[in-house]
Design a protein around this ligand. Structure first.
Ligand code: MN
Length: 742
């Protein structure tokens, strides 16, 4: 129980304000400043009657957030003032952004405004609003990173004091922290804050696991320290002999990262061998950093044997979040592998504090050599995604999540340049990374001098060469091959462009058909005919005409038999029949639900169940704009229908989808020579389907094969199954119901 004691509280407030000034001071060597004081006073007054859930005065919170901003992130005056004021406008109606602008200027007003608009997870927003909220947040990120940095400090303090929240809210906040805030902290290079956020989130989501791991870490600490002392001794001696100024840092891994490792590798705590890494931090002038780090590397490997392929040079190629360091894993005398990280003081500060430290040094170094860092590249990428016309769809969130969460792979160009991509990227992504035109005209790719398929996933160290031809253009399937937002966006653009040209040709063709039938080529005739064909727009109609999927007799049937009165007159003159026709089609639509026409890019196919034309489907709309099509019997769809009934659209396929879709078969039987090639031959040579992936498991004489390929509809699948079943050695073939994401 918290006891209110105004005098004690007043003292505490002053104490915390001083702590803030000290944090700022040690950081920049600045004295208290009138504006910061003014902000502190304004915040104190605005929150005067308010208390936190703990019972403590509310002003403790903004003071703590400001202290984190100054001391743990390393930001300056503007950010400190904004942090002090971050809850003022939201919590007290007597204060406005205008007031803040008049007192502290545009920049502070902008940041506080941004912070006020970002909502927290426990506010239980509707799913759409949640997406919008994240988007808003990222928009501010591209404008002024400080908004996010202060938001991170805000979240960190709320996590540190999460005890006072009711349990249901604790879980929401912890989940959101893991989903959004720790990846953001990671991307901005705030390693220390990221780790603390993750540990705190784990503590509230999995209290038992958290307790167990931290206990075991404590129990083994003494033993670990003894081991490290012994291990590092010869290296320390060698460095001292050479007069190197160094510091050894041996923090254990975070509870969360140990937990992750146990999960991924399915091992108990005792088998996580890299509970810690040895860090050697050296003092070195900027121009000598690289050389000095490699000197230390030599000293380490003079004493211990390095593990093959475990050398990581993040100095020559910093990570996208700005991280620089030299890592090697060596064998200790007791037979344990130990990771050694070698870095300079500057690199260390960037590794721990990220963004602000990065900028601080960047300004110092850039005078003589302007070098684009990974962090700049990443911010540029975020800006690009935000600017793309697609950015209001669900894909936007996927794209952002991809850029936030994924690790990187590093691959070489033929000329020996190193490029980094999110892990999971394919060779096609690489082509688009080098140049959009190279991607658009890619016909083949060589990895390490061997020709590979376009969907081949890249691995670090690959050397990639793109073969391009002016005559080649992107294909629909490429959207399945590409992984990065950049490539997917470019492919969609190129396909749209192609489609436009082809639709143009189709339009001329349709005019010709109309003329032959003596039908007037009016807009209303085109619209009525496309509605009749079950198409959503004239552009779709033109495209189908281009593909020869619409024939003269269909046009003739419609205009001559059923709608004779439109033959040579503009529909405008005949108001009633037009309205009648429209009403009719609207009614049909209501009954069957809207049409899925996969020409439309706002639809996408769910990767879990890969529905095909012919299947019963629903569309899920997470944001009211984009739609994801699932089979109605898909377990994910069932969950969505239960949880977000209002976001599910019951729907059906349009008459003649022109795309191909990914279908899959599960085939099993007794293995024999050429089994695989016979199956593939039937699918690709006899049936003419494009095979995308093939996977086979054998045990003894039995095999189980999973094959995916592109088909038009369920009928294609049924026919293929019939053909496959005739192959000798196939005892069962059925449609694959759940797809493993590759
Ligand atoms: Mn706050």
């Amino acid at each position: 129980m918290y006891n209110i004691d105004p005098l004690k509280e007043k003292k505490e407030i002053v104490k915390r304000y001083r702590a803030l000034l000290r944090a700022w001071n040690s950081n920049k060597g600045v004295q208290e400043n009138n504006l910061v004081r003014k902000a502190f006073i304004m915040a104190s007054q605005a929150h005067f009657t308010m208390r936190r859930r703990t019972g403590e005065p509310y002003i403790y919170h903004p003071l703590e957030v400001a202290r984190i901003v100054a001391g743990e992130i390393g930001l300056g005056e503007t950010a400190i003032i904004s942090a002090l004021l971050h809850d003022v406008v939201e919590d007290n109606p007597d204060y406005s952004i205008e007031m803040i602008r008049q007192n502290f200027g545009d920049k502070v007003a902008y940041i506080v405004d941004g912070l006020t608009k970002i909502k927290d997870g426990y506010e239980r927003l509707e799913s759409t609003a949640q997406v919008e909220n994240i988007k808003k947040m990222l928009l501010t990120l591209s404008d002024d990173v400080r908004v996010i940095l202060i938001k991170l400090a805000d979240r960190l303090h709320n996590m540190r004091t999460l005890d006072s929240m009711p349990a249901s809210k604790q879980q929401n906040i912890a989940a959101e922290t893991l989903y959004l805030y720790s990846p953001l902290a990671h991307r901005l290079g705030l390693y220390v804050i990221k780790s603390e956020l993750e540990d705190l989130a784990l503590k509230y989501n999995e209290p038992e696991i958290y307790r167990t791991i931290s206990m075991k870490l404590q129990e083994t600490e003494q033993e670990r320290m003894r081991f490290i002392q012994k291990f590092i001794f010869p290296v320390k001696k060698a460095m001292a002999l050479q007069g190197i100024n160094f510091e050894i840092d041996t923090r254990a891994k975070s509870v969360y990262s140990i937990y992750k490792k146990m999960q991924v590798k399915e091992i108990p705590f005792e088998e996580v061998y890299d509970l810690f890494a040895v860090r050697i931090i050296i003092e070195s002038p900027p121009e000598q950093e690289k050389l000095d780090c490699w000197r230390i590397y030599t000293l380490v490997t003079d004493n211990y044997n390095p593990k093959q392929n475990r050398l990581r040079d993040w100095i020559s190629t910093p990570k996208a979040n700005g991280y620089e360091s030299l890592h090697t894993t060596v064998m200790s005398p007791t037979g344990q592998w130990v990771e050694v990280q070698i870095r300079t003081r500057r690199m260390h500060e960037i590794a721990e504090r990220g963004y602000a430290a990065h900028w601080k040094y960047k300004q110092q170094i850039d005078k003589d050599k302007a070098q684009e860092s990974g962090l700049d590249d990443w911010l540029a990428e975020v800006r690009k995604i935000l600017k793309s016309p697609d950015s209001n769809t669900l894909h936007f969130l996927d794209d952002i999540k991809l850029t936030l969460f994924s690790d990187e792979v590093f691959v070489w160009t033929p000329k020996g340049h190193l490029k980094s991509l999110p892990s999971g990227s394919s060779v096609l992504d690489f082509a688009y990374l080098v140049h959009t035109e190279l991607g658009n005209h890619c016909i083949g790719v060589k990895v390490n001098r061997n020709l590979v398929p376009l969907n081949q996933v890249l691995r670090s160290g690959d050397q990639v060469e793109i073969i391009a031809s002016k005559k080649s253009f992107p294909k629909e399937e490429w959207l399945d091959y590409a992984f990065t937002p950049r490539a997917r966006f470019s492919i969609k653009e190129a396909l749209k462009e192609q489609r436009k040209v082809q639709a143009g040709e189709g339009r001329l063709k349709l005019i010709e058909i109309f003329r032959n039938l003596d039908v007037k080529s009016s807009k209303s005739n085109v619209i009525r005919f496309s509605e009749h064909m079950g198409l959503t727009s004239p552009a779709d109609l033109f495209y189908k005409v281009y593909l020869d999927q619409i024939h003269d007799n269909q046009v003739a049937d419609f205009f001559q038999t059923e709608n004779k009165e439109f033959q040579s007159q503009d529909a405008k003159d005949k108001v009633d029949p037009v309205q009648g026709a429209n009403k009719q089609s609207a009614k049909t639509r209501a009954k069957h639900g809207p049409l899925i026409d996969l020409d439309d890019f706002s639809f996408s196919i769910a990767l879990c169940c890969h529905p095909l034309p012919g299947d019963e489907i629903i569309a899920f709309t997470p944001d009211g704009v984009s739609r994801i099509v699932h089979r109605t019997n898909c377990s994910e769809a069932i969950e969505l229908m239960t949880r977000f009934a209002n976001r599910v659209i019951h729907t059906r396929w349009s008459n003649k989808p022109m795309n191909t879709f990914l279908g899959g078969l599960k085939i099993s039987g007794f293995d024999r020579k050429n089994m695989i090639s016979d199956i593939i031959r039937v699918i690709s040579d006899d049936m003419h389907f494009n095979v995308r992936s093939f996977h086979i498991d054998t045990s003894g004489e039995l095999y189980e094969a999973y094959i995916s390929f592109f088909v038009r509809d369920t009928l294609d699948i049924t026919n293929t199954i019939e053909r496959i079943k005739q192959i000798e050695g196939v005892s069962a073939a059925s449609r694959m119901l759940r797809f493993i994401k590759t």
